[in-house]
Design a protein around this ligand. Structure first.
Ligand SMILES: Cc1cc2nc3c(=O)[nH]c(=O)nc-3n(C[C@H](O)[C@H](O)[C@H](O)COP(=O)(O)OP(=O)(O)OC[C@H]3O[C@@H](n4cnc5c(N)ncnc54)[C@H](O)[C@@H]3O)c2cc1C
Length: 438
């Protein structure tokens, strides 16, 4: 195994977290992952895994040792009969989407981007939208975990139901995931549709919309009275023709690059946030309102500016009430929300630390560009979400305490006990995770 690097600096996606660990490992094989764990454990160190660094929460940082599995990015096997694929844990979801498509398969759902590693995305319960579809962790049927004793353990839903319910959403606290077996579905196309509705009309229709469509996403730009409704439904229609240059200019250059420029500048001129939001909302009329494409290409969106995010899952029954309350909060306080509030829906599941544990959920996302805007906005937002029984997205900004989290997750103590059993010396426990699970 090559020696650890000592000059590596980890930065997350928007640069809000930076850390220079004493040791950085990038193994080439599962055996090297296990060897790294043994090496760090034997000197009493801390080892934290990271994937694409696309999280805002302080899940990764430690001064001691970081490990990244980018070199483990291959397809291991395909079980065509079961529609299951086994991949190395460092694979990026975008590559995985292409690989499974070659075998006539697809992930049942993906989030707004696919740049994350599969292990990193699963570890925080990364989700898309669709009331009948669970988050990505629910698609895991087996995995290989390098545990603190330096062993490689293959665990599966069939043989180890409790352990896998803990390991699916683990925040990297139980060990280093080296391989993942995912339940896929037959490849499918989606028909995307986008239309604006007056705020109250859209909110009143949430329940009907989420039951009538496979996937529903809502965007509300603060300072406007409009909600952009996006629905995506399975279809046999052929893929829409490629984006002509005019559409590309409209959708990507105007909608994203120009707005990105405005959003970034609204930080220097806070008075511009309202007008920019109204402009962004108005500019949506230019985006292509109907499109058919491969599922992941429809569900993914172009890369947004490097902003901050805070997102909570609340019981789906409270969705309409919560959206109204959030609007009231932003209007009363004047929080600078220079990116839209996003509303998505996810099925209930059985994974111990999944924000959707035993409840179908509405995810409300508060996004903004600029740290000084984010701090007060997120504090108010988190207070509101707490009052609605919200569970934070583990990968995004959150300040919920261990006691609050214990109250929100019926199996929190069980997860903590499993963590202690698998990692008694705390090899994977950074200060942030120690606060949560010690
Ligand atoms: C632009 C953007 C858009 C996003 N869109 C969505 C979205 O639509 N839906 C959504 O739910 N989230 C979304 N996210 C959040 C993102 O999906 C999660 O934060 C995800 O965990 C990031 O994956 P990653 O590979 O970057 O992992 P990292 O951020 O590097 O790590 C995340 C966690 O995984 C652990 N981990 C990483 N690799 C391993 C491993 N091999 N073994 C064990 N643990 C490991 C880490 O220790 C850490 O706890 C978005 C983030 C960004 C920046």
């Amino acid at each position: 195994m090559p020696p650890a690097r000592t000059d590596y600096v980890f930065r997350n996606w928007n640069g809000s977290i930076a850390v220079k660990p004493d040791h950085f490992y990038q193994p080439d094989s599962e055996a090297e992952v296990a060897e790294t764990v043994r090496e760090v454990a034997s000197r009493g160190g801390i080892l934290r895994p990271f994937g694409a660094g696309h999280s805002w929460a302080e899940l990764v940082p430690t001064d001691d040792s970081l490990i990244n599995l980018d070199a483990l990015h291959h397809l291991v096997s395909v079980d065509a009969a079961r529609k299951q694929v086994t991949v190395q844990a460092g694979i990026r979801i975008e590559k995985l989407n292409d690989l499974v498509a070659e075998h006539g398969l697809a992930l049942a759902n993906v989030g707004s981007i696919s740049q994350q590693s599969i292990a990193g995305a699963i570890a925080t319960a990364t989700h898309g939208t669709g009331l009948a579809i669970g988050n990505l962790s629910t698609q895991v049927v087996a995995m290989t975990l390098a545990t603190a004793d330096g062993r490689l353990r293959r665990i599966s839903a069939a043989r180890d139901p409790e352990l896998i319910a803990a390991a699916r959403v683990s925040l990297g606290a139980l060990g280093i995931v080296t391989e993942v077996t995912l339940q896929c579905v037959d490849a499918f196309r989606l028909h995307a549709r986008l239309w604006p509705l007056p705020f109250e009309e859209a909110v009143a229709q949430i329940d009907a919309l989420i039951h009538a469509h496979d996937h529903v996403r809502l965007y509300w730009f603060a300072n406007t009275d409009v909600i952009q409704v996006m629905t995506y439904n399975r279809t046999d229609e052929p893929r829409s023709p490629g984006m002509p240059i005019g559409d590309y200019f409209r959708d990507v250059v105007v909608e994203y690059d120009f707005l990105k420029f405005l959003v970034e500048n609204s930080y220097a001129f806070p008075g511009l946030v309202g007008p920019i939001n109204r402009f962004a909302n108005w500019a949506f009329r230019w985006t292509k309102v109907e499109r058919v494409d491969r599922s992941d290409r429809i569900l993914n969106i172009p890369a947004p500016p490097e902003h901050d995010e805070c997102e909570y899952a609340i019981p789906v029954e409270r969705a309409a009430h919560a959206v109204r309350l959030l609007r009231r909060l932003i209007e009363r306080t004047g929080y600078r929300a220079n990116l839209p509030v996003e509303v998505r829906f996810v099925a209930a599941d059985e994974n111990m630390l999944s924000p959707c544990y035993r409840r179908a959920s509405c995810y409300l996302g508060a996004y903004t560009f600029g740290e000084q805007f984010a701090q007060p906005y997120f504090a108010g937002f988190e207070g509101l979400m707490a009052s609605l029984g919200g569970r934070p997205h583990w990968g995004k900004t959150f300040h919920a305490t261990r006691d609050q989290l214990r109250a929100l997750y019926p199996l929190y103590d069980r997860f903590v006990a499993i963590r202690r059993q698998l990692d008694p010396a705390g090899v994977f426990a950074s200060p942030f995770l120690r606060d949560l699970f010690a």
